[in-house]
Every structure is written in structure tokens, then in C-alpha cells.
Design a protein around this ligand. Structure first.
Ligand code: CDM
Ligand code: ATP
Length: 308
């Protein structure tokens, strides 16, 4: 399975609810930075739903943060499906990780979405899309989006998804950090900085920019209520954002709970040579900060978990 990372085009965070989660209006956008998840029948067969989990990837520092036990979200997805359906036989799960770990791009959630679909097929459960989305939501607020992909608005705690019209194609650059940020810590810092958060609302200017495919307008409309909290925990991210903006990015923000920073470079309607030139300048400026572990380019939007 191939499953994409996400960037949040708008992340409006309301007050903390009684269950501890925050009410969100969350505009998800899937980008072409993929994890590959392979699920195979284990041999010899054992009595557990999961027998082994392995991971590879480009970055050793990121891989070191991926748990290889039953706390891994992909393993949890397989176990939940087995428990809910009463079916399943032992499987080996391999994660080839390219989505930054604890980077605010929903890497673990993506792997969980892929594992759900893969095990559903391998075990012949034949769950409906609704059941799969329901199980995904139980695993985490971002998991359902891994199934859906493209561009979608999430409400509730982010798990109730509606597709959003976005006919345009956009070019992005992502600055990955060697550090990770815990999503729970960033929400905690948000509560400290903003104890009286209003109810979240969809930004109509963003909706319009997406509907018309206007990259400049999209760049102006990007927003993330968690950004001040991520910057408060990792103040050096401000320099990364400033460097990308000064080099010509038409929009810049922290992705989700961070610390990955996302830079909008241009849209499909623009002169391709101009966009490529802008991309090269932004990439060079980000490397020059000396603060990025990796700088990668990607396109959005792209489909959700796909069988290869
Ligand atoms: C920041 C985002 O990535 C934006 O898409 C998501 O809201 C986070 O989604 P996620 O990583 O799937 O998060 P979950 O695994 O559901 O929750 C992790 C922790 O984040 C906090 N959390 C998450 C979602 C939400 N709506 N309110 C929260 O307060 C809670 O402290 C929770 O314990
Ligand atoms: N399959 C997985 N891949 C990466 N991390 C995982 C996985 N399963 C569990 N984890 C744990 O989850 C933590 C968060 O990882 P993840 O990459 O999902 O963060 P994130 O992209 O910031 O999440 P989100 O954007 O959904 O808030 C990691 O530090 C790791 O301990």
C-alpha cells in the first residue's frame, strides 16, 4: 500500500472538549510524500494477529523514533480490525517510511490507514468504507484522512470528513526537523497560550481559493492555530519560516502540530519554469539555515491509501 502525508491548509482549534480533545476545523491536503506499507501472511503461522513489524527509511534519526511493537499505529490498526471482525491470521508488517516521524504530517496515522485496508483485503473481511472510517477514527484523529486523501475538511476532533472541492494542483516544499514534537504537548501549549479559544470556523477565503485553484490566494489563506504553540516549544522554527518566505515562497506555515514547516511554491496554472526557479531558491535558502534535517518537494493533492 502507498499512503500519503498530509499538510493542514487551515487548522482552527476551538476549546478543549470534555473528552480531552479539541474541537477542530481542519482542512487536510494530501501530498506526494509517501510511506509504503507491506502486509504479508506470516510464516510459520502463530496465534497472534501480528507477528513482526519492521521499518526502513531514509532517516536514521526518524526511524529511531518508530516503535516496532504493538504500540505502533499500524500494528494497532491490524489488532483492532482482528478484534472487531473476529477474523485474521498472523501477518508481518513492513513500513518503508518517508513521511517524517512526529513531524505533524500524520505519518503514523497514514501507516494505520494503510494497514487497515491491507489487512481487510488479506483477511477477506470485506468491511464497508463506513466501517473502515469508523475504525480509523477510533485509532486517532488523523487516521480517517489517510483513507480518504485529496483535500477534505475535518470537524469534530478532525475525524468527521467531508471532501472539499480543490481542482488545482500545488507544488510544496517541506523542511524536516531532526527534532520531533509531541502532538499532545503542542495542544497543551495551545491551551496555555490561548485559554479562551473561540469555536472554530472554516475560512471562506481558503475555500474560495481552493475552488478557483488560485495559488496566490491559497498562499495568503494558509493558517494554523497551533503554530504559535509549536513556535513557543521550538522557537528556531521561526527562522526556517522566515527563510522560506524571504526566498519567494507564496505561503509558509508549520504543518499541523509541527515541527515540519510547509512552503507553498506555486500552482499548476503558473509558468512551470518560474515555479521551478522559485522552488530552487526556497530549497537553497532552507538548507542555508543549517537547521533542516531534510528539505523535500512534493505535489498536492493526491489520493489516500492506494493498493500498489
Ligand atoms: C494536529 C493534527 O495532526 C492536525 O491534523 C491532529 O489534530 C492530531 O491528530 P492525531 O495525531 O491523530 O492525534 P490523536 O492521536 O487523535 O491525539 C493525540 C493527542 O493530541 C491531542 N488532540 C488531538 C486531536 C484533537 N482534536 N484535540 C487534541 O487535543 C490530545 O492531547 C490527544 O491525546
Ligand atoms: N507507524 C508509525 N510511524 C511513526 N510513528 C509512530 C508509528 N506508530 C506509532 N508511532 C509513534 O507516534 C509518534 C508520532 O508519530 P507520527 O509520525 O504519527 O507524528 P505526527 O506526524 O506528528 O502525527 P500527527 O500529524 O497525526 O499529529 C511517534 O513519535 C512514535 O512514537
Amino acid at each position: 500500500m502507498r499512503v500519503p502525508a498530509k499538510v493542514n491548509l487551515q487548522l482552527a482549534v476551538g476549546p478543549r472538549r470534555e473528552d480531552g480533545f479539541h474541537a477542530l476545523v481542519n482542512v487536510f491536503h494530501a501530498v506526494s510524500l509517501f510511506d509504503e506499507v507491506t502486509v504479508k501472511a506470516a510464516s510459520p503461522r502463530q496465534s497472534h494477529a501480528l507477528t513482526a513489524l519492521t521499518a526502513t527509511g531514509q532517516s536514521e534519526s526518524h526511524l529511531a523514533r518508530v516503535p516496532l511493537d504493538e504500540t505502533n499505529l499500524a500494528a494497532r490498526a491490524a489488532l483492532l480490525l482482528a478484534e472487531e471482525t473476529g477474523s485474521g491470521f498472523p501477518v508481518d508488517i513492513h513500513l518503508d517510511k518517508h513521511i517524517p516521524v512526529a513531524g505533524g504530517m500524520a505519518g503514523g496515522s497514514a501507516d494505520a490507514a494503510a494497514a487497515l485496508v491491507a489487512c481487510d483485503r488479506l483477511w477477506g473481511c470485506g468491511l464497508s468504507r463506513e466501517r473502515l472510517l469508523d475504525l480509523a477514527a477510533r485509532l486517532g484523529s488523523d487516521v480517517a484522512f489517510g483513507l480518504v486523501g485529496d483535500t477534505a475538511v475535518g470537524t469534530g476532533r478532525g475525524e468527521l470528513l467531508d471532501p472539499m472541492a480543490s481542482p488545482g494542483r500545488y507544488r510544496w516544499v517541506f523542511a524536516l526537523s531532526t527534532r520531533g514534537l509531541s502532538t499532545a504537548d503542542v495542544f497543551g501549549e495551545y491551551d496555555r497560550l490561548r485559554p479562551d479559544a473561540p469555536d472554530p470556523r472554516l475560512d471562506l477565503a481558503l475555500q474560495q481559493a481552493l475552488a478557483s485553484g488560485d495559488a496566490e490566494a491559497l498562499g495568503r489563506s494558509l493558517s494554523n492555530d497551533l503554530q504559535p504553540a509549536a513556535l513557543s516549544l521550538l522557537p528556531e522554527l521561526q527562522r526556517t519560516l522566515d527563510a522560506g518566505r524571504s526566498a519567494g515562497a507564496i505561503g509558509a506555515l508549520v504543518s499541523g502540530s509541527g515541527p515540519t514547516c510547509a512552503f507553498l511554491i506555486g500552482g499548476g496554472g503558473e509558468d512551470a519554469a518560474l515555479v521551478a526557479e522559485r522552488e530552487a531558491e526556497v530549497v537553497a535558502a532552507l538548507w542555508a539555515t543549517g537547521m533542516c534535517e531534510q528539505v523535500v518537494a512534493a505535489d498536492g493533492d493526491v489520493p489516500g491509501a492506494t493498493v500498489l
